[in-house]
Unconditional design. Structure first.
Length: 138
């Protein structure tokens, strides 16, 4: 087959070996297949995330709250963080708001230094809880 080292009308570049071949070439000299389907398009991902969003039973997501935490937190261990986060979620669900995980994390800064080990550990507990969407909405 004929190949070139520079681009020109009627040539296309091989994505694998970078040489130029005729536009109608289906398989390059190096074995690269021009007819291979492209990798999964972004639209598939978007459809999936839309589906996730619409499965929420609330109309609006709350990302950043106003003011101070409506529920106090004193102990920063897993069970306390879990129940506090759930209580907050319930508090907002009564206002028809879905509380995003950013909300309890934001409120945590009221109590903990953002650079502390306790803060990042507590955020980890919140993420655990949010990893299972069923639990958070109970
Ligand atoms: Zn090639």
């Amino acid at each position: 087959m004929k190949t070139w080292n520079e681009p020109s009308r009627g040539r296309k570049q091989c994505a694998s070996c970078k040489i130029y071949v005729g536009v109608r070439t289906k398989v390059c000299a190096c074995g690269y297949n021009f007819t291979k389907p492209k990798v999964a398009s972004l639209s598939t991902d978007k459809a999936e995330s839309d589906e996730l969003t619409s499965s929420h039973k609330f109309n609006i997501s709350l990302v950043i709250p106003r003011g101070k935490s409506p529920i106090d937190l004193e102990v920063f261990e897993r069970p306390e963080i879990y129940s506090w986060t759930r209580s907050l979620s319930f508090h907002y669900s009564r206002q028809n708001l879905f509380m995003e995980s950013t909300v309890p994390k934001y409120f945590l800064r009221q109590y903990l230094d953002i650079f502390s080990v306790e803060y990042s550990r507590s955020c980890g507990y919140i993420d655990e809880l949010y990893a299972d969407k069923e639990i958070i909405n109970e």
